[in-house]
Ligand binder design. Structure first.
Ligand code: ATP
Length: 216
């Protein structure tokens, strides 16, 4: 499986945010998207996740399941917000996501107990999500990635609010996902400790291009 972005441009309102972004990621590879505030990292991730139309360019999945029309159908998207209902318990939230996302072909998600153990928070899934600390909430949002199988993970500032232990735990989860042939695209301001990682540095739109690709 290969995720191929060719000549992507995106606009927010009247403004062109980036132009002519291309990259290719094979199974087991990660791309870290870096750049200053406002340079377009979240915008690019939203395009990859199918939440925003690209102005130009194409996004394709090579050698993926034939019935999939857009790579977003094989993706988990973890945005700035955790996308969990505060008044529902953690278990109810995760159960919703497990059923709503369903498994992509070729794998199956973990059960809820395993997923909360994997993020280091067993025993609190009965609590309303809103009772959890900011770091615990972010960890539980990561558990969402585990309950349904999706080979592509699109992560926006995944480690915001995490302590050093959770950072390492997160790197372990992502590296395990890569070892199983997953693909990861993550926007971040801090090193994530990932292996097999390239970097796409967003520069903001300067009239000629919007980003620079190199191996980290
Ligand atoms: N809904 C919107 N409507 C209009 N402009 C927007 C919208 N969302 C973002 N923008 C603009 O798009 C540009 C890129 O924003 P984006 O959130 O992609 O940057 P970023 O690199 O992720 O920033 P940060 O590091 O602060 O998270 C910014 O100038 C922002 O003001």
């Amino acid at each position: 499986m290969r995720l191929l972005a060719e000549g992507l441009s995106a606009r927010r309102g009247e403004d062109l945010i980036f132009n002519d972004i291309s990259f290719a990621l094979s199974a087991g590879e990660a791309l870290v998207v870096t750049g200053p505030n406002g340079s377009g990292k979240s915008t690019l991730l939203r395009v990859l996740a199918g939440l925003l139309m690209a102005e130009k360019g194409s996004l394709k999945l090579e050698n993926g399941p034939p019935e999939m029309r857009h790579p977003s159908e094989l993706s988990h998207y973890l945005g700035h917000r955790n996308a969990m209902k505060r008044e529902l318990t953690v278990a109810e939230n995760l159960s919703f996501w497990k059923n709503f996302m369903g498994d992509s072909p070729g794998g199956s998600g973990r059960d809820l107990v395993e997923a909360v153990e994997a993020v280091g928070l067993p025993g609190i899934a009965h609590l309303p999500f809103g009772y959890l600390s900011a770091g615990q909430q972010r960890r539980m949002a990561m558990a969402k990635l585990l309950v349904a199988h999706r080979p592509i993970w699109i992560l926006d500032e995944p480690t915001a609010a995490l302590d050093a232990g959770a950072d390492r735990l997160f790197a372990g989860l992502v590296n395990a996902h890569l070892d199983q042939g997953g693909i990861v695209v993550a926007a971040t301001h801090q090193p994530l400790g990932l292996e097999r990682t390239g970097e796409l540095r967003m520069t903001g739109f300067a009239g000629v291009g919007g980003g620079m690709w190199h191996d980290a």
